[in-house]
Write a protein that binds this ligand. Sequence first.
Ligand code: LMR
Length: 332
Amino acid sequence: MKLSKLFVTLLLGSACAWASAQTIIKFSHVVAANTPKGKASDFFAKRAGELTKGKVKVEVYPNSALYKDGEEMSSLQMGSVQMLAPSLAKFGPLGVKEFEVFDFPFMFDDTAELHKITQGPVGAAMMAKLESKGIKGLAYWDNGFKSFSANTPLKTVADYKGKKFRIQSSKVLEEQIRSLNGIPQVMAFSEVYQALQTGVVDGTENTTSNIYSQKYQEVQKHLSLTNHGYIGYAVIANKKFWDGLPADVRGQLEQAMIEATNYANAIAQAENDAALADIRSTGKTAVYEPTKEERLALKKAMAPVHIKMAERVGKETLQEFYKATGFDPTKL
Ligand code: LMR
């Protein structure tokens, strides 16, 4: 073979190999597949495959199969995984403390208030702050409002006293438990069931979809529907990886993300409602609905968290949230 012909053959060969190469995206998360985040991740993976016509394959790893929380963020920054959807409480330890404002108790009355932030300029500005950490923020996905569980009834504020509650790694959540005279215990999500079972902690807080899918009803006798705080997610990618994608492929993935976000936010409430019905039907956990007065007492007890943690999340960010939600901790 002549040298020039060999050169052309090699060139064509490598061009074809490049064109047919499939990009693999590892998408790790810590919850079960049958949760709002689990379902939305699978939806995104499917649409990413379809819209890129197989050029991108998204491999979803649920249930902390690859990394538990606490390890997720550094694995994304190092590029061991390309995508994550950590809860908003998980960005404080990364140094982006503003995100802990989502953990402020009773900040949002409902999802409409929340969406004023997550679907508006304040949410976008917060996402942009992740870029300096090598992270590209892609979307906010809803989960829902948290409730407290324990092995003893949780009706009055006094019922929380002296109990050890597992929380996510957020200083605001630590302060929230202290405001009830409880003991906060930071712990990875994947370790909570066993900690509840063995009595390492007395209780926890989470959404009903997380509670049911992690089977807390097997190890918690009481669930109080306090709806005192919010859990939702920032879907994120390794910035270098994302920016390095061919523009057309990136555009298709952005479209898949828009669709997955609409899907996530459309199913979240129904998933949590269904999980609550499932918890009730096990008959293992007594589900308690606090009275208006009991909920107000909880709200008042937790109000000082807003004052104490204002500096941590930044007073400006906090004011933006108050403007959107109408919450005023001094007027309860
Ligand atoms: C938790 O750690 O309790 C939650 O953030 C888990 C999740 O991702 O919903």
